[in-house]
Design a protein around this ligand. Sequence first.
Ligand code: PRX
Length: 623
Amino acid sequence: MCSLWRGSLLTLTSSLNRRVFQCCRQFGRSYNIASCMPEAVAFQGVSDHSGLYKFSVNESDRFWGAVARQRLSWISPFHTVQNCDFSQGKIKWFEGGKLNVSVNCLDRHVHTCPERVALIWERDEPGTEVKITYRQLLELTCRLGNLLKRQGVRRGDCVTIYMPPCPLAVASMLACARIGAAHNVVFAGFSSEALADRIRDAQSSTVITVNQGVRGGKVVDLKRTVDQAVQNCPSVQQVLVAMRTENTVAMTDRDVPLEEEMMKEDVVCEPVAMDSEDVLFLLYTSGSTGKPKGLVHTQAGYLLYTSLTHRYVFNYHDGDVFGCVADIGWITGHSYIVYGALCNGGTTVLFESTPVYPNPGRYWEMVERLEINQFYGAPTAIRLLLKYGDEWVQNYNRSSLKTLGSVGEPINTEAWEWYHRVVGDGRCPVVDTWWQTETGGICIAPRPADPEAEIVPGMAMRPFYGIKPALLDTEGEVLSSNDSTGALCISQAWPGMARTIHNHHQRFTETYFQPYPGFFFTGDGAHRSKEGYYQIVGRLDDVINVSGHRLGTAELEDVVNQCPAVAESAAIGYSHDIKGEGVYVFVVLKKAVMVQEDVQLSSSERWCPGASPSTPAQTSFRW
Ligand code: PRX
């Protein structure tokens, strides 16, 4: 399929509708960079945000070395800040250092504030939230770590987690980190085939799941999906099953009742000293080929980068309640619900439901009840909710809100303004955060910035500390002037970036470092405005972004081609009011097949509609 470049329209809308939003309240007027980032005292000549940004990119080793020493608890100190070479796809940070991620996310906070709430599990049923303190989360993690060890999981193994957002899912991730195993969280909405692919690629012998999930009032048989998946995964020896509902499910010899067995374990589990560059997790995402890639993130750099971005992009402070409504199965959940937030000793919400259950006031009722200070969501949900009208928002008290975040896809000006004016009552900065599974954490966002720095609707705007973006033209030349549009690349390494694709390092270098030698290529196009602000204009490769989720055209085509009637297919994205992009698939049918023309597929007949005799051969499907 040819490349998609749909950015010019976005750029135009944004510049036409350009309204500048000034914000300084969050910092107060007596601004001092060292009160914002204490390490800055030691950075010569740095007195404001732009000085700090310049220092972070020009003196990258000093910047990252200082924040890593200051903000992470090390078992042994690192000897080298970075050792990176884009030409080989070699990315190494903090070599020589040893640490344990779960200690950084739990133990050190248990020492200072054991009864602080770490997780608020916002269950599907409104008003039934469960709060878990740091002490309790450490206990859960240790019991689970001990159980995993008893079940034979060893340092370097990879455990697949197929669970909805819930405390045991977070404890499972942290338990892996504690004992030195990697995790591979698979979004618990994926099919058994997609799950099986990911289990096989990760070579997991252990899967952790729940009996059933509950979402939007509906019960989903997750264990059944796992049962189907593991039939085709010879590596799997055991499935640990937690009970989200009271309904019993069929258990086999391979299945282990998770709560029952973990309660037999000790609440102390010795953390393993991990090298900075040991694998923390794999996370599969769509690329431009039919096969999802297992991006690899490692320990220290990822943790540092997510905690720093969590602190400064959202202006998160001790005692705040951080409400990210993503699923833990995506990178947003990993970085900002779990690792960034917990590393900062934060209180973080795990949202199990949907934006419209039981009604379109769900988010805002939750904001009132949990007194959420930072709300982080997706444009697709904002676009959906604005259609239901302002009342659903205004019915609830949102005075706790301080920052509103957006992620996953471009946020159009109308949605941005509604979010700012109605949800935030015109007083909360809206941070449109651009990043990817590959970048590990937020790379471009309006904050941090100097107080009173403008925020332009629908623009990610400013690179984060240590991020040096570049725009390149089709000849591979760097576009150095402002008011230009090109392929968005990043010209130097940062600690949060992915290290490789699991088992496919060559694909990693080919995808990210070969298109523009000397640069990390993001796959996105961007416009740099006259003022030097960045606006993302969409994917340049064969990836379609539906509701903030990446779908490779080749992956879609692979699935459609499995239909026996289909000879060939081609998937493309089209502009969709709510989802950002929808998908059209054009198919050429095999000669002998007759179907109705212009079929619109329902979800139940998605891949292969019944061939009813009418006209032959070619048609297009939309869903
Ligand atoms: O195209 C960009 C889009 O989402 C892609 C990354 O998808 P994924 O790895 O699933 O991570 C999503 C959550 C970080 C990017 O290449 N994208 C993400 N954030 C934005 C965005 N597009 C425009 N504006 C954003 N703020």
